[in-house]
Design a protein around this ligand. Structure first.
Ligand code: 5GP
Length: 351
């Protein structure tokens, strides 16, 4: 047994120090990025924020709205080939804004191949809770060999050495985050995890050394956290909880004690297991929770809030483009983030 004494940080442990800036207005800030990838020959251009491939947020309805703002959606792996076909026929503009998601099983691989035979989409999200298993690395190699030109995002991991391993095994983008998610209980159930800000910094450093990219996945609770994730070096940021509870999410609105909600659950929760695989296997424990999220209307309001926060942050540190944000950032360690005195009297949305 070994103890690492270096302090690791989360979003809540830092703030971004403002700097002298010549930017006149937030509207001067360019949030779009253009990426060339390590393996795929394809280029991508857009605002690098992704709706999570959870079944609640990774929907086609979400994809349509986010694509209008040049944001991405990782469509959940339970979408049927028929749904993909309909979408491809009716919404050709989604081609560069959705990921087709798969896990690491043979059935997932077959389904992925079936979808990509029908629709010419260019991005794949290979998602597994524990990206450290050799089985996952082998699955990634198989997908890369089958689809040499596609943009492949794979994860999740939280350390530099495994980021390198996934990049060398065929990933263009490595998804970073174990345990920070809003409906994740991995840390509680297993004691395993890594503070998300440090995970992003360390994995981005490793990835950029190999000309790879990283996607920070999980733990963002407010637009300021999305800013911190980009400032820490993330090339993409994935959001679950922040995009939950909206019209575009799966599930019906229901009313309890006069308040409207939508149901949101972790993809490893008992609820998800019951829904998709007929229950939780005896040898596993649930690593996700189920919550009722207050219904929050159109996701577009949240998108504009996040993009507004990013633009504003860029003007505070003198970054003309999102690309420059990380270089312009100095984090300061803090013991307090917010003045909470009126927190419970807020009337509007809880953002
Ligand atoms: P959020 O943005 O809600 O904080 O985090 C979203 C991320 O949490 C997802 O993209 C996924 O990586 C992770 N996640 C989703 N469901 C579960 C789950 O049931 N268990 C765990 N450990 N993580 C989950």
């Amino acid at each position: 047994m070994r103890i690492e004494e270096d302090l690791k940080l989360d979003f809540k442990d830092v703030l971004i120090r403002p700097k002298r800036s010549t930017l006149r207005s937030r509207s001067d800030v360019d949030l779009s990025r253009e990426y060339k990838f390590l393996h795929s020959k394809l280029k991508w251009n857009g605002i690098p924020i992704i709706a999570s491939n959870m079944d609640h947020t990774g929907t086609f309805a979400m994809a349509k709205i986010l694509a209008e703002h040049q944001l991405l959606t990782a469509v959940n792996k339970f979408a049927t080939t028929k749904q993909w076909q309909d979408i491809a026929a009716n919404y050709p503009s989604l081609q560069n804004y959705v990921f087709v998601t798969a896990g690491s099983s043979d059935a997932d691989f077959k389904n992925l191949c079936a979808v990509l035979e029908l629709v010419d989409y260019s991005m794949i999200c290979l998602d597994i809770a524990n990206g450290y298993s050799q089985h996952f690395v082998d699955a990634l190699k198989r997908v890369r060999a089958t689809f040499p030109d596609k943009i492949i995002m794979a994860g999740n991991v939280v350390t530099g050495e495994m980021t390198e391993e996934l990049l060398l095994s065929g990933a263009d983008i490595v998804k970073v985050g174990i345990g920070p998610g809003s409906v994740c209980v991995t840390r509680k159930k297993t004691g395993v995890g890594y503070p998300q800000l440090s995970a992003i910094i360390e994995c981005a450093d490793a990835a950029h050394g190999l000309h790879g990219h990283v996607c920070a996945d999980g733990g963002c609770t407010v637009p300021g956290d999305v800013v911190k994730a980009f400032a820490a070096g993330a090339d993409f940021v994935m959001l679950g909880g922040m995009f939950a509870g909206h019209d575009e999410c799966a599930g019906e609105i229901f009313v309890e004690n006069g308040k409207s909600y939508k149901r949101f659950y972790g993809m490893s929760s008992t609820e998800a297991m019951n829904k998709y695989v007929g229950g939780m296997a005896d040898y596993r424990s649930s690593e996700g929770r189920s919550v009722n999220v207050p219904y929050r209307g159109a996701v577009e309001d949240m998108v504009l809030d996040v993009l507004g926060g990013l633009r504003s942050a860029c003007t505070y540190v003198g970054a003309k483009k999102l690309k420059e944000l990380s270089k312009c950032t100095t984090f300061v360690r803090v013991t307090q983030q917010l003045n909470e005195i009126y927190m419970h009297q807020e009337t509007g949305d809880i953002r």
